[in-house]
Design a binder for this molecule. Structure first.
Ligand code: GLN
Length: 453
């Protein structure tokens, strides 16, 4: 049924870069065979799932939205995909994204943008716009995203779906094509909070192949979502960060929907406490030094020798020239901008002033949030300052695009979990409500999110 739905609507939505119909049918038949034999079935047996094209899938094309990886079929599955298979899910295919997960609109995909099912002339968010749009358009009930600065939560917000970024290290990065290794976090996308929690439990947990994976049990997110569904939040303290409301802030329609949701949560027994994160204004600038710096190092591996595209290798050119021509042709403008910014920030003479300084700011922001969490259970905010915007309206000024992640970036910097849950409409377009929790307290945010839903 989902393959039929994809065939019917994906020509308009363009959520998928690759539909693996044969693989999906084979996986579904394997589940049927196990069921017929009376074998034990995985917890999500037979449930279709779409996977962001930045996670490797064995023998299935994986491009990270880039021309430089066109035609590459990885020889191995990422840990997240391996766990999806073990759970019995049926992988439908690979979803569209901004190239190498850099962007907030999917407009930077080398394969053309994804259209928001709510209004095909608007962006579905990014970088994981394909995964969110696939869910919003009923092409898949579940999807996998990755969140480095907001790429699961912001697409969730602007497509009226649920997007959850687990604690950094709570889900494995093995087989995730690296953008910014100290921030990258795979996580679930779904239509309900409980669905997201079910997927979260299956994909999370320690992995020896990822050196930053946390060797602790997965927080009880399914149990927490079920508890939240009872609608009782007596004694739960929700923190509002004062500084989120100053400066650029959120547009009025977004704030109105957010405040209505906040009022609904207080009716369920939650208490609102105002807290301060004095260094919040430096989060976005620090992110845009740390993420490009790490990306400039990670993307050095795309040299025309090891993977995918190779340009100009005519037997007369030097290796340097072939690498340069390949990278010139294979990377899009935003990726080139990030590589240049990052290379500059890491160069000797500037390292201390830029990268080193940003790392210090990251520590201060972590301290701010740790102190805030001494006073409250979770922090809440709008997920993104504005609703889905029309194509082309933020591409001419990178800063306007970067603002999409104003409220999502702090969680990535301190490493904690954050979830976006739909909280109404502004001008007929979905608004997301963000709940942030301390590291490895992912269950807390699921409880509040499920209560709000
Ligand atoms: N939009 C942010 C960026 O461009 C976040 C991306 C992400 O989370 N992968 O870097």
């Amino acid at each position: 049924a989902h393959l039929d739905r994809i065939a019917a609507v994906d020509g308009k939505v363009h959520a998928f870069l690759h539909v693996d119909a044969d693989g999906a049918i084979a996986a579904a038949q394997a589940v049927d065979a196990r069921r017929a034999r009376g074998d034990e079935l995985g917890p999500l047996a037979g449930v279709p799932v779409a996977v962001k094209d930045v996670l490797t899938t064995k023998n299935v094309p994986t491009t990270a939205g880039s021309k430089i990886l066109e035609g590459w079929r990885p020889p191995y599955d990422s840990t997240v995909v391996e766990r999806l298979r073990d759970a019995g899910t049926v992988i439908l295919g690979k979803t569209n994204m901004d190239e190498f997960a850099m962007g907030s609109s999917t407009e930077y995909s080398a394969y053309g943008p994804t259209n928001n099912p709510w209004d095909l002339g608007r962006i579905p968010g990014g970088s994981g716009g394909g995964s969110a749009a696939a869910i919003a358009a009923y092409e898949a009930p579940l999807a996998i995203g990755t969140d480095t600065g907001g790429s699961i939560r912001q697409p969730g917000a602007v497509t009226g779906t649920v997007g959850s970024k687990p604690t950094y290290g709570g889900t494995s990065r093995y087989g995730l094509i690296a953008f910014s290794s100290s921030l990258d976090t795979p996580g679930p996308c779904a239509r309900t909070v409980l669905d997201a929690a079910l997927l979260h439990e299956v994909m999370a947990g320690h992995d020896w192949r990822d050196s930053t994976s946390i060797p602790q049990p997965v927080p009880p997110v399914v149990e927490a979502a079920k508890r939240g569904m009872t609608g009782d939040l007596t004694g739960v303290k929700l923190g509002l960060v004062t500084e989120f409301g100053t400066g650029e802030g959120a547009e009025p329609g977004v704030l109105a929907a957010f405040n209505d949701a906040l009022a609904a949560l207080t009716k369920l027994g939650a208490e609102i406490v105002e807290v301060s994160a004095p260094h919040f204004q430096y989060a976005l600038p620090a992110y845009y030094l740390i993420a490009p710096s790490e990306c400039s190092s990670n993307l050095a591996r795309f040299d025309g020798v090891r993977y995918g595209l190779r340009v100009g290798d005519d037997g007369n050119r030097s290796l340097e020239e072939v690498m340069s021509l390949t990278r010139e042709a294979g990377f899009g403008p935003e990726v080139k901008r990030r590589i240049m910014l990052g290379t500059y920030a890491l160069s000797s003479g500037y390292y201390d002033a830029y990268y080193g300084q940003a790392q210090k700011v990251r520590t201060l922001i972590t301290q701010d949030f740790n102190q805030a969490f001494e006073q409250v259970d979770v922090l809440v905010s709008p997920t993104t300052p504005f609703v889905a915007f029309p194509f082309g309206s933020r591409t001419s000024d990178p800063y306007q695009m970067y603002l999409a992640d104003l409220f999502t970036i702090p969680t990535n910097l301190y490493g904690g979990p954050g979830i976006s849950v739909p909280c109404g409409l502004s001008d007929g377009l979905p608004v997301g409500f963000q709940i942030m929790a301390p590291t490895m307290a992912d269950d807390r945010m699921y409880r509040v999110a499920a209560a709000l839903e």
